[in-house]
Design a protein around this ligand. Structure first.
Ligand code: MTE
Ligand code: HPA
Ligand code: MOS
Length: 758
């Protein structure tokens, strides 16, 4: 089934926040953000801005009627700065004006007198200063220290991975409309309608019931709007609350780049121990996460880095400690993979280091340590339905890995100024929110008297195709044509207490709730059919009631009408909570994931050794989609994730100067993959697997896992560089930009980190 949004997308008719019709009397907001990354506010001069004609009001922390606080996990994030500013661009005041242009001009007229405080932008430095968001966490199994004694080889090193800008096409924004009795309806570009509702209620000192959040769709979120949308929504809601007028704010791209948090950069130390047969016996690591100025989702992201520290390898003795470090950058946040990629990069770097030192291929170490059915993860869960070896074997044979390796070797023998590199990237990703209570969802289904169907769930459509999958679930469960079904905007008055659309779990959780609702309705309809047809064995097939194996003359429309006239309830609200998951953080053991997703990618690159430029020539994947319910959507998700992962690992280079100011603050200085960066060969094979009972229709979650194939591009490039310059001792420091490639091609020693000028 095609994506149901294709039609309005290609015609430009899909409605995003900024496309909503403007209500009479709408005002426009703009943030005045901190001009320094850290300091104590002495005074604010608002006079010039206030005097600009068209400015209606300038709001500061003093105007907040409720709590000046939007921190979700930890209350450490104020809505508007009052005492100190903690990052460059931190909102200090909100200008509200008659037009967008006036609001923006007025914001430039505000002056702040701020006493500077020391700026920390390095997580290791923050850690040394004791600036931790939460106490460090350690996941361990076996006895790593003791096991090193039994190892034949031990290698140590450091691995750094950079941040990543979400670059959703639709920037952050919100539009608040005052209703009667102080109630507010708010349109938000958010992955988490309930998170927005909670933040707004808290800031305004109101009950959540007075705040309605409505989301039609997002032009992408990629994690950046899981909690990142709360701030903008709370700001416009504050203005609407104070002025009783509609207030809208849609960020310009450069504001969004400057003021919003990104993927967490990590810097890590590792130690890996192997036996002669290349089995990993022991692995230890310390991960330093750059959380930015406040907690936001950092502790949860940190947790997932720990869960995925072993990637898809069985490591009997492992100890990994992770530190969430507070720096003076915008608060880093969820980003596709949610800390998993950062944890996986470190073990892959450790394996590459071992391979390079031993003079063996990394593939041999990877292959020798793949997780098997029944192996325990370091957090206690036992691998069940483990497809790690099946994916590896399929990819290696389907794409002829030995032949690909021979081609690389042959090419490198014959070419001096161009070198090829190959890397294999197997993945394993756990599906479920790592907070158990978040693994719940609800669906509300109305069968209208004319036989059409309205479906509401907590899922937010952000391009990932969840609405298409919800149509498929309802169509299959009710046995009606998809054309009968409408997916409603996500709205907190129809579906309350939603978990964000995140963790790749949205179609599983909401789909299962929808399935339950449809089953309950079907049961009721079958009761009506039984009475009407005087038969016991009735079923609905393709909009017709069947008796035994024969179609009756009772069709869907008549059945619905009959049920309605008999006063049978044609609406159902159902609840789903993932069974079987549990986790005990006091011992860091449990069964946190409903299931895991596996796969293997073969990645090939070519480096131009004169220029340092490169191409990713192919990504060839065997992926475990389970029983994919929509191969078009799933393939699109895998392709998009792979390209986004390659971008993170190769070209997306976030630069802050020592004063904490973002230098890569525009699309001229921050490069993301475009259509020309997409590997010319991007093969994705759907491995035949059983799927999981916990996946909707046994179709496994797909949103995030394939992003981690992009890590293979980093190691393939590294292999190409080393083919040119075997003594190049380049650090494990992603992204592998062409500049870094060029330097490492001609360096024997460590490539120095270039000094960044302000
Ligand atoms: N695909 C598109 N087109 N746009 C997005 O913003 N977000 C990703 C992924 N795929 C995203 C996307 C992220 S971070 C997640 S967690 C999942 O979609 C969320 O949706 P799902 O749970 O329905 O897979
Ligand atoms: N993934 C994504 N988002 C989340 C998670 C998670 O595991 N936990 C809390 N928010
Ligand atoms: Mo995705 S990072 O869980 O929104």
């Amino acid at each position: 089934m095609q994506n149901i949004d294709s039609f309005t997308h290609v015609r430009g008719e899909s409605l995003y926040l900024d496309d909503l019709p403007i209500v009479n009397g709408t005002l426009y907001a703009c943030v005045f953000g901190s001009p320094v990354a850290h300091g104590r506010i002495r005074s604010l001069d608002l006079a010039d801005a206030r005097n600009l004609p068209g400015v209606v009001r300038i709001l500061t922390a003093r105007d907040i009627p409720g709590e000046n606080q939007i921190g979700g996990i930890i209350p450490d994030e104020v809505l508007l700065a009052d005492q100190t500013v903690d990052f460059w661009g931190m909102p200090i005041a909100l200008v509200v004006a008659e037009t967008d242009e006036i609001a923006r001009r007025a914001a430039t007229l505000i002056r702040a007198d701020i006493d500077p405080l020391p700026v920390v932008t390095d997580p290791r430095e923050a850690c040394a200063l004791g600036q931790l968001i939460v106490p460090p966490r350690t996941f361990q199994t076996g006895d790593a220290e003791a096991a090193f004694a039994d190892c034949d080889y031990i290698f140590e090193g450091r691995a750094d991975s950079g941040g990543q800008e979400h670059l959703y096409l639709e920037t952050q924004g919100a539009y608040a409309i005052p209703l009667e009795n102080g109630n507010i309806r708010l349109f938000s570009s958010t992955q988490g309608p309930t998170a927005v509702q909670r933040a707004v209620a808290r800031v305004l000192g109101l009950g959540m019931h007075k705040i309605e959040i409505d989301v039609t769709r997002l032009g992408g979120g990629f994690g950046g709007k899981e909690d990142g949308a709360n701030l903008w929504a709370a700001l416009v809601a504050l203005a609407t609350h104070c002025l009783r007028r509609p207030v809208k704010y849609v960020l310009h791209r450069m504001e969004d780049l400057r003021m919003t948090g990104k993927r967490h950069p990590y810097t890590s130390d590792f130690k890996i121990g192997l036996t002669k047969d290349l089995k990993i016996r022991a692995y230890t690591a310390s991960l330093y996460q750059d959380a930015g100025a406040s907690a936001d989702l950092s502790p949860a992201v940190l947790e997932r880095s720990l869960f995925h520290a072993n990637n898809t390898y069985f490591i009997p003795n492992l100890r990994v400690t992770a530190y969430s470090c507070r720096t003076n950058l915008p608060s880093n946040t969820a980003f596709r993979g949610f800390g998993g990629p950062q944890g996986m990069f470190v073990i892959e770097a450790a394996i590459a280091k071992a391979a390079e030192e031993l003079g063996v291929s990394a593939l041999d170490i990877q292959r020798a340590n793949l997780l098997r059915e029944g192996d325990a993860f370091h957090y206690g869960q036992v691998a069940d339905g483990c497809e790690a070896e099946a994916c590896w074997t399929d990819a290696a044979t389907r794409y002829d890995l030995p032949e690909l390796q021979r081609e690389v070797d042959e090419f490198n023998r014959q070419n001096k100024l161009k070198k090829k590199g190959l890397a294999v990237m197997p993945i394993c990703f756990g599906i479920s929110f790592t907070k158990k209570w978040m693994n719940q969802a609800r669906a509300l289904v109305h069968l209208y008297a004319d036989g059409s169907v309205g479906v509401s769930t907590g899922a937010v459509e952000m391009g990932q195709g969840v609405n298409t999958k919800m149509v498929q679930v309802a169509a299959r469960c009710l046995s009606v044509r998809p054309e009968r079904i409408k997916i409603e905007p996500t709205n907190t008055t129809r579906i309350a207490n939603t978990s964000p659309t995140a963790a790749s779990a949205t179609s599983d959780l909401n789909g299962k709730a929808l399935q339950l609702a449809c089953q309950a309705l079907t049961e009721r309809l079958l009761g009506v059919a039984r009475a009407r047809l005087q038969a016991e064995e009735v079923s609905i097939r393709n909009e017709v009631v069947w008796v035994g194996n024969k179609p009756s003359d009772l069709g869907w429309n008549d059945l619905i009408l009959e049920a309605y006239q008999q006063r049978v309830c044609l609406s159902e609200h159902a609840h789903y909570a993932t069974p079987g998951i549990h986790y005990d953080p006091t011992v860091e053991k449990g069964h946190p994931f409903a299931y895991h997703v596996y796969g293997t990618a073969l990645v090939g690159t070519t480096v131009d050794c004169l220029r340092g430029t490169y191409t990713v020539d192919y990504v060839r994947v065997t992926h475990d989609f389970g029983q994919s319910m929509n191969t078009i959507v799933d393939r699109g998700q895998a392709e998009g994730a792979i390209v986004q992962g390659i971008g993170w690992m190769t070209m997306e280079d976030l630069r802050y100067n020592a004063d904490g100011r973002l230098l890569s603050n525009a699309l001229s200085t921050y490069k993301i993959p475009d259509i020309y960066s997409v590997p010319p060969v991007l093969d994705i094979h759907f491995l035949e697997t059983a799927g999981s009972d916990y996946a909707i229709f046994r179709s496994k979650a797909v949103g995030e896992p394939p992003l981690m194939y992009g890590i293979g591009a980093y190691f393939a490039l590294r292999n190409a560089v080393r083919a040119f310059n075997p003594s190049s001792n380049l650090p494990f420091d992603a992204p592998m930009t062409p500049e870094k490639v060029l330097l490492s091609l001609y360096a024997d020693a460590l490539v120095p980190t270039p000094e960044v000028a302000s």
